[in-house]
Design a binder for this molecule. Structure first.
Ligand code: UT7
Length: 332
């Protein structure tokens, strides 16, 4: 059986940088609170008319393809993780396929929020292991800033979320080569409304009405405390599950890349696992939380900074809306 290996990574974030001081002009918040509670100092927000989820993912994908030494025409399939597609219908995978001139290859959209990229990676890994495809483009991209309530009421979420895109090229290699060891996926729909955006939902008489606009229900709603409490438990569980499945000790991890939800969550996991600073990668400080895009953006930045070397054991882990949580263990 074949194994899948990451052949190249890329990312793109919009040029527009929003600092904490910029946010303080929009809502009752301040730089000190945001840094202390989240670790974020700045983030990128899209410019309407310039950036789209498709354009950002195209840029990220082209970088990943170039670094992998793979042509767009060699890609067999796209798995695209986003909860903020450019259109309500169709999904974003087909738009990227069109932009990259990828003929008629299949394109699948994944809507698993912050865990979306690991879900997407897992699906791509299965397709490669069965021999169905040889090269798959796996993407995570989001524009969250247009769904944020930037009033005082929405401040706890609007200081966290941001925009950007990341992509990897996943390729088939022989089973004795480095590559993906395992992926682990979980969900608990019981908590769906702790972090959600209810509208425009399909089960309304009309999908958009003045009443709906006035309700603000098309903005993201998050019970930050509940999400935080579940996240710290599930991150630890799913990382341990990955290590146990591969009979590995936590000391074997060369680099942990947690979903960038909140620096305090990453620091909690680091401390529980007893990992030194050089074994954990965080970029939330200048990227914010870009939902499905955080892990591929972090992978790309970590690779650029020489933090990932051939053969390294990399652990990816995520938690978010759904609730969903997931991990992946791989050798680079
Ligand atoms: O990626 C998907 C998953 N998402 C997450 O993992 C997010 C998890 N949750 C979190 O990161 C944190 O819960 C938040 C950063 C969202 C909030 O931090 P917190 O430490 O849980 O703050 P809190 O909601 O308990 O609020 C503490 C205080 C409150 O004031 P009082 O009631 O103590 O007077 C809030 O009103 O901080 C206030 N507050 C703010 N103050 C200034 C909340 N947001 C802000 C703000 N600026 N932006």
């Amino acid at each position: 059986m074949k194994k899948s290996r990451i052949l190249g990574v890329g990312h793109y974030v919009p040029e527009h940088v929003v600092t904490n001081d910029d946010l303080a002009k929009m809502m009752d918040t301040n730089h000190e609170w945001i840094v202390e509670r989240t670790g974020i100092t700045e983030r990128h927000w899209f410019t309407p008319g310039v950036d789209t989820v498709t354009s950002m993912s195209k840029n990220a994908s082209e970088m990943a393809l170039k670094r992998a030494g793979v042509l767009a025409s060699e890609i067999d399939f796209i798995v695209f993780a986003t909860i903020t597609p450019d259109y309500f219908i169709p999904g974003n995978g087909v738009l990227l396929q069109r932009e990259l001139g990828m003929g008629t290859i299949g394109a699948l959209d994944i809507r698993n929020a912050c865990s979306g990229f690991i879900y997407a990676l897992s699906i791509a890994d299965q397709f490669i292991k069965t021999g169905m495809y040889k090269k798959i483009l796996v993407v995570g991209a989001e524009i969250q800033s247009s769904a944020l309530d930037k009033s005082d009421e929405g401040r706890s979420s609007s200081v966290i979320f941001a925009d950007g895109a990341g992509a990897i090229v996943l390729g088939a290699v022989e089973s004795d080569q480095p590559g993906i060891l395992s992926t682990h996926l979980h969900a608990q729909g019981e908590y769906a409304e702790e972090l959600y955006c209810s509208d425009p939902g399909s089960s309304r008489e009309v999908r958009i009405s003045q009443e709906l606009i006035d309700s603000g229900n098309f903005n993201l709603k998050m019970n930050g405390n509940a999400v935080f409490k579940h996240a710290v438990v599930r991150f630890m569980e799913v990382i341990k599950e990955a290590l146990e499945a591969n009979h590995l000790d936590k000391s074997a991890i060369d680099l942990l890349i947690p979903h960038q939800a909140n620096l305090r969550i990453s620091q909690y996991i680091q401390q529980k696992l007893g990992l030194p600073d050089e074994k954990v990668f965080n970029n939330i400080m200048h990227m914010g939380n870009t939902t499905a895009a955080t892990i591929p953006i972090a992978l790309s930045e970590a690779w650029e900074q020489g933090r990932i070397k051939e053969g390294d054991l990399i652990c990816l882990a995520a938690f978010g809306s759904g609730f969903t949580w997931a991990s992946a263990l791989l050798n680079w």
